[in-house]
Design a binder for this molecule. Structure first.
Ligand SMILES: NC(=O)c1ccc[n+]([C@@H]2O[C@H](COP(=O)([O-])OP(=O)(O)OC[C@H]3O[C@@H](n4cnc5c(N)ncnc54)[C@H](O)[C@@H]3O)[C@@H](O)[C@H]2O)c1
Ligand SMILES: O=C(O)C[C@H](O)C(=O)O
Length: 342
């Protein structure tokens, strides 16, 4: 089933669009000759006024694959919408404020990106966000889940979709692209090459030891000393904490995350367009291990996830890392599932 159909099914009872918001943000569509949005994809961002949401919205407005951009938040959506709508790129921008507008924000969307929720403060783990964010990231048509803890919010979303009878595991993707982006950057620094030439598979999940970089499978092929392997694994697993501590209470990664989210969203859109060979790492329902969810390389296509690749050959330290990953990940997945069931 297409996301638009799933969303339409969820949003069976529709309210009229929020014209007041469109007026206030300068989007007087009725007065425009060209309505826009005739080709390209329709994308909604939920949490669009936040630290990630704003730069993400700006970058999606610059993406030529996007024809319509819906910006939803519980605060400040009109201001962000007015601001971004003045950019001279082709995507039509519409703002939606508050719960009563959520369904309208979702109608007809091809891709829904969710950076809604609160970020970490120093000393907190991503799991500490569970009780706050679990209640936010559930009830609607989620496709790309950014809200932490991703290891639990994706299982939560899956359970909610199951309850609604609309679960499509091929279309529910936890965004772990920031781990790949960081891994590419840090590996390139060590190798002294351009990060754009580097591709590091990062599997498992998105928290601490569940972030498992497969340094034996880096492209271009290369090898690392044990010291380099320890340094890189540790830095990639703690990249989020590095930013949280540097921001000293002012939030977690937003700009690099917006970059990573756009990189991932763009891959999803290219897959939907039918491009061949679109492969990225993401946290999805999976049979790659005995766990019900796992991040690994997947091929994206017209129906979402079209193929999930096995982990490939692991070296000894990656095999040890995988056992630690699975232990912690199993608990986080279970926590998400039982949150909905109970
Ligand atoms: N997956 C990743 O790699 C990754 C990376 C960085 C941050 N994150 C997570 O992303 C989330 C957002 O981070 P941020 O720095 O943008 O936070 P933020 O507080 O700056 O922004 C969050 C936004 O969500 C909005 N929001 C809150 N409840 C909402 C609801 N019910 N519906 C819609 N919007 C709602 C807020 O109004 C705010 O604008 C956090 O959970 C953070 O931990 C994930
Ligand atoms: O570390 C965090 O809390 C935010 C995000 O998950 C990150 O990896 O930067």
């Amino acid at each position: 089933m297409q996301p638009s159909q799933r969303i339409a099914r969820i949003s069976a009872h529709l309210n009229p669009p929020n014209l007041q918001m469109e007026e206030s943000s300068g989007l007087r569509q009725a007065n425009c000759r060209a309505k826009g949005g005739s080709c390209g994809f329709k994308v909604a961002i939920l949490g669009a006024a936040g630290g990630i949401g704003q730069p993400l919205a700006m970058l999606m407005k610059m993406n030529p694959l996007v024809s319509v951009l819906h910006l939803y938040d519980v605060v400040n959506a009109p201001g962000v919408t007015a601001d971004i709508s003045h950019m001279d790129t082709s995507a039509v921008v519409r703002g939606f404020l508050g719960q009563k507008e959520l369904e309208n924000a979702l109608i007809g969307m091809d891709l829904v990106i969710i950076p809604a929720g609160v970020p970490r403060k120093p000393g907190m783990t991503r799991d500490d966000l569970f009780n706050i964010n679990a209640g936010i990231c559930c009830p609607n048509a989620i496709v790309n889940v950014i809200s932490n803890p991703v290891n639990s919010t994706v299982p939560i979303a899956a359970e909610v979709f199951k309850k609604a009878g609309t679960y499509d595991p091929k279309r529910l993707l936890g965004v772990t692209m920031l781990d790949v982006v960081r891994a590419n950057t840090f590996v390139a620094e060590v190798l002294g090459i351009d990060p754009r030439e580097v591709d590091v598979p990062v599997v498992g999940g998105h928290a601490g030891v569940t972030i498992l970089p497969l340094l034996s499978q880096v492209k271009p092929p290369c090898s690392f000393t044990p010291e380099e392997t320890d340094y890189l694994t540790n830095r990639i697993q703690n990249g989020g904490t590095e930013v949280v501590e540097a921001k000293a209470g002012a939030g977690s990664a937003t700009l690099s995350m917006a970059y990573a989210a756009v990189k991932f969203a763009d891959a999803c859109l290219r897959g939907l367009r039918g491009d061949a060979g679109v492969v990225e790492c993401t946290f999805v329902a999976s049979q790659v291990t005995e766990l019900p969810f796992f991040a690994s390389k997947v091929r994206l296509g017209r129906t979402g996830i079209e193929e999930i690749y096995p982990l490939g050959p692991l070296n000894e330290s990656e095999r040890v890392g995988l056992e630690k990953t699975k232990k912690e990940l199993a608990a986080s997945i279970e926590k998400g599932i039982s949150f909905v069931k109970t």
